[in-house]
Design a protein around this ligand. Structure first.
Ligand code: ADP
Length: 558
């Protein structure tokens, strides 16, 4: 029967010495909300996974460490319930000092006693040393291209990272790969004693080396010392994973941002494998920025001879496409249509329309982006909308430093450096708040067509306060405002302010600053542009081709 563990400082090799196979917890709790009464709603998804696996009887024996408050709480609940065959909570030091090694040594000796009683077995130094060597070998054998740090990552996240970054990714999270130094030479020479005494002596000698070997692994985010990133970690791209409600990552993350880490991307999950669309886009955009900085954009070389390029942006609401002359980067043709229920139909129709605009006998390379980009994966190069928007925005406004894109069902802010490289980006694709859909729905409630809606917004001097960001609640707020005889223009202007507010918070999350370029269909709504300029206290540029920005970027990257 295996014993499970949830922390990389758990004594896996000591357990091997008692013939126990130790396994990391990788289960995903399917009904996390049901556990909240027992533990607390504001507890990280990993802690819920551990608790759920124990309560469903999938785990019968568990070793926890006092690594964080979430795990302490899991330990408390399990101890109270008393349903596990074996539960041990190890008191884990949070510094790498001689005193801490001594303390952990004593703790491991206590643990060994409990383990021996539970397993009814004696310690084998040979088995513990073999397991330690094995751990060391495993850590040495792979040439990692990137590092995943921060909070516990589900195996599915690690797989997604490997697949997207197209390299091996080292799991250096708090529950990740364990890295041990070589066992002390002296441990291999047995002093000859009476059998019983020797077993005890073996255990004490092993633990005296092992406590320090465990604690001097590359520090996890919970270690108070050392906080500085390992030099090797800063040479490779780092994905920094955080879990909602985890309180420890900001300390380590701050150190990483201060270090000269090659490239850093922060991602957050709930410790489940339901990777959001946003997570996939974030990882893909990160990989594209790594490729761009190393000058290895795939497909570029063999396509350079083709004079024309088509960029297609299949948005959730509208599909846009442009044909460009690659000699001049001028747009020769544009096409737009509603995406509708079948993104594939829209993308193929757009492509046909733009190919028909090609001069006779000419060919074009094609690149697709947007939420429906994969519908063209057989014919086009595929690039995320983040990379395409950044590229297109630089073409529309060369000194742009922050792109604000508001489309039909999502919005994003992308901060660029002076060379146009993506510094940071954030997307809102969880709800319609602050998007074109929010404005379209509310204009229907007000029975105004698009033009009248924008005109009304621009004519108001006293925007009404719309406090609900949610489309459904905003609708009922509008009905109340109408009943109170609030002028329609003030209501519309209030809606623009509400969209501007939501967008400004995205901008501040990426530390975006002027020059701003507003892209996406909503940039045609001058009432929103005005409100945004007021909120950001800066000029917000738009372009007649703002809605084609993603498509233009795709064409430039084809
Ligand atoms: P996506 O790429 O997400 O499908 P777009 O960037 O193409 O979205 O923007 C579509 C949205 O832009 C529509 O939902 C609509 O709200 C808004 N929009 C489109 N045209 C106009 C216009 N002329 N004036 C104001 N808003 C517009």
């Amino acid at each position: 029967m295996p014993i499970y563990y949830a922390c990389k400082y758990a004594p896996v090799e000591l357990m091997a010495g008692f013939g126990v196979s130790a396994l990391p917890v990788t289960t995903e709790e399917q009904n996390a909300a049901a556990l909240e009464d027992l533990i607390h709603p504001a507890i990280c998804g990993f802690a819920k996974n551990v608790l759920g696996a124990c309560r469903s009887k999938e785990i019968r024996a568990l070793v926890l460490t006092t690594c964080c408050d979430a795990m302490n709480r899991v330990g408390d609940v399990l101890q109270q319930e008393g349903s596990l065959d074996f539960l041990y909570v190890l008191d884990l030091p949070h510094v790498q000092t001689d005193a801490a090694y001594k303390r952990y040594e004593k703790e491991l000796m206590r643990f060994a006693k409990a383990l021996s009683a539970y397993t009814q077995s004696e310690f084998s130094l040979a088995h513990a040393l073999a397991a330690s060597e094995n751990t060391r070998e495993k850590a040495k054998s792979t040439d990692y291209g990137a590092v995943l740090k921060g909070a516990h990552a589900m195996p599915s996240l690690l797989e997604l990272a490997k697949k997207t970054l197209q390299c091996d990714v080292q799991n250096a999270t708090c529950s990740g790969d364990r890295v041990l130094e070589l066992p002390d030479e002296s441990l291999y020479h047995n002093p000859s004693r009476a059998c019983e005494a020797q077993k005890e002596d073996d255990l004490a000698r092993f633990v005296s080396w092992y406590a320090k070997a465990l604690l001097t692994q590359p520090a996890c985010m919970r270690m108070a010392e050392p906080r500085k990133p390992h030099a090797a970690d800063t040479k490779k791209p780092v994905l920094y994973h955080t879990l909602r409600f985890c309180e420890y990552w900001p300390f380590e993350y701050r150190e990483l941002t201060k270090s000269d880490t090659a490239s850093l991307l922060k991602i957050e999950t709930e410790a489940t494998s339901n990777s959001s669309k946003q997570l996939v886009v974030r990882l893909k955009a990160f990989q594209e920025s790594l490729e761009a900085s190393s000058g290895t954009h795939p497909g570029k070389e063999h396509s350079m001879h083709t004079r024309y390029a088509i960029g297609i942006d299949i948005g959730s609401t509208a599909s846009k496409g442009v044909l460009i002359d690659r000699k001049t980067n001028e747009i020769c043709a544009r096409a737009i249509r509603a995406t509708g229920a079948k993104a594939k139909d829209a993308s193929h129709a757009l492509l046909q329309e733009l190919e028909a605009a090609l001069p006779k006998g000419e060919d074009a390379v094609i690149c697709a982006t947007g939420y429906g980009r994969d519908t063209l994966q057989d014919t086009a190069k595929i690039v995320t909308e983040i990379t395409c928007h950044a590229k297109g925005a630089r073409a529309l406004l060369p000194d742009v430093r922050c792109v604000i894109d508001i489309g039909g069902q999502d919005s994003k802010a992308i901060a660029l450096d002076e060379c146009g490289n993506i510094e940071s980006f954030v997307m809102n694709d969880k709800c319609a708040a602050g998007t074109g859909r929010f404005l379209d729905t509310t204009s229907r409630v007000l029975e105004l067509d698009r033009e009248s809606f924008i005109k009304a917004g621009l004519s108001s001097k006293h925007p009404a306060t719309i406090s609900s960001m949610c489309t459904v609640f905003a609708e009922s707020e509008i009905v109340t405002l109408i009943a109170q005889n609030t002028p329609i223009s003030d209501i519309v202007s209030g809606l623009s302010v509400s969209v501007a507010q939501k967008t400004a918070s995205l901008v501040s999350r990426v530390h975006g600053h002027a020059p701003f370029l507003f892209t996406g269909g909503v940039s045609k709504n001058m009432s929103v542009v005005e409100a945004l300029e007021k909120k950001l206290d800066a000029k917000v540029a738009t372009s007649p081709d703002s809605q084609f920005c993603g498509a233009l970027g795709a064409a430039l990257l084809a």
